[in-house]
Design a protein. Sequence first.
Length: 267
Amino acid sequence: MKIAYLILTHKSYIQLTRLINTLNCEDVYFFIHVDKNSTDEFFYEINKTFKTYNNIFFIERYRCAWGEFSIVEATIEGIKTIISSNINIDYVVLLSGQDYPIKSNKYIKEFFTLNNGKCFIQNFPIPHPDYHNGFYNRVPPKYKLPLNISLWGGSQWWCLTKECIYYIYYFIIKNPGYTEYCKHLVAPDEIFFQTIVMNLNLKSKVVNDGLKYMDWDSVPSPKNHPATLSKEYLSTLSNSTSLFARKFDIEYDYEILDMIDKDLLKI
């Protein structure tokens, strides 16, 4: 089981280093996008630390901002880099630099081996009654979807098979109008990939779960970001069926990562 971790990061060299070293094991590869808005020092430290790793690749950088298409562009660039690497990947896992595993590497590999062929991505049809304006507030009415497909939404984060990644890549190449349409959406990273995946013939293989624990209930509206996880969440994370969790911030609570290592990952 070969896994490619596609990581979007913008801060905390120490935290990113810890994430990569924790996940690093046989048949694992890392494709890292460093936000072009990050400091030169951050980018320099990352390159210096990982320059001797033969399983780490850096992606062309974009200036990313919340709610803008640049986040999708960075993710697409990561997909292109993974495909062009010619590594026979089984799964691609999209992470942020503030994520962390809550299951061991052995467990993660066994999970994907057992579920090989399934695509894990949260999804719901748009409109959706549980979201403000049915999620249509993300879709400016003056722009028309150029294809005879339906819109889907969901969390930005996913774990997809190689087959699905190739489908996404070729869909983007063949349908430039769809990409142009999505540039006008608000937070298109929560629509772009769901819409492609749920309109392909892979729909029967999709599991409505991104395999990442996040706490949205504890944050006030407009809920742009999930809660930052602290040591008080350890019991919740221990009982979670997810493979990963977000978001963590070592400046807010560094102890939680030590506790996860000791109690959940057993390292």
